[in-house]
Design a protein around this ligand. Sequence first.
Ligand code: ATP
Length: 309
Amino acid sequence: MAAVTATGVGKDYGTSTVLNEVSFTVPEGKCVALIGHNGAGKTTLMKLILGLIRPTRGRIEVLGENPAVAAAPFRAKVGFLPENVAFHDQMTGYDTLRFFAELKSASTGEVQDLLARVGLTRAAGQKVRTYSKGMRQRLGLAQALLGKPRLMLLDEPTTGLDPVLRTEFFEIIRGLTSAGTTVVLSSHILTELEARTDIAAIMREGQLVAFGDLETLRQQAGLPAMVRARGNAAALAAKLNGAFVKTVAPAADYVDVECALPRKMDLLRTLTGFADLCTDVEVRLPTLDDLYVHFSGRSIDAGAKDNAP
Ligand code: ATP
């Protein structure tokens, strides 16, 4: 069964359309990254998936149900970490999680296990007021994991985390998806998503402009690979010029060759044949950043980039 299916979904607030014609299917057990500039509609889409708001047009189905009308058992299957998670500062981490477990009718027996899973066992007895940003985010993640949800929605979960915590966070996410949980998260930091998510969903001004794994998006975009061949640059350039899409002027000891992705192996074979001229090769495939610029027609918000470590 698909975890989420959206068909022609639109959302208006008064006369302003904030989502339009959004259609996609998320298979169970995948990690999807929602990417888009500020105001692109990521949080709105998450709210629709959670059933907190209803679409103005189209249909959304989550774990086989309409989230806007589904009853309590459905809610237990979906975990949510909001962008700005707020806790009661005077409560300890342990009491906070127990409180949420009771609210969600989840087993309080899970609390210790979850604290261990997010690395908060030692801090469990401390008041949340003493927690760092990273500890709060991990407590938020533990809260979202209560009740062993089949779908997790995480709104900018890594904002404010240092690189080590980010890595640990994605390790937890990988563990979840390996066990079959579906994760949908939003982020502005494309470099951290590239190797860590299965599907990228690129949004622009309320529209879904690309949806798929990196390989599929690379093929759809038709962006070239960049191959840097080191060695006798002038001789390599003379041999390669015209044979591939574009050979860039040689530098002192290397030549950069732009090559259509389907021809990458041809180029590498050709270079291997010039063993006396070519001493090394580096291949650079289009990154998620490149794909984002291609599909959305803009680079990710400069302000958001400032949040990157
Ligand atoms: P960010 O990256 O800044 O969190 P986002 O992609 O999550 O942005 P949304 O919060 O979904 O964007 O907002 C999309 C658009 O919808 C924005 O223009 C926002 O002002 C508008 N919007 C969101 N909620 C409402 C509302 N309740 N009433 C009117 N407009 C709204």
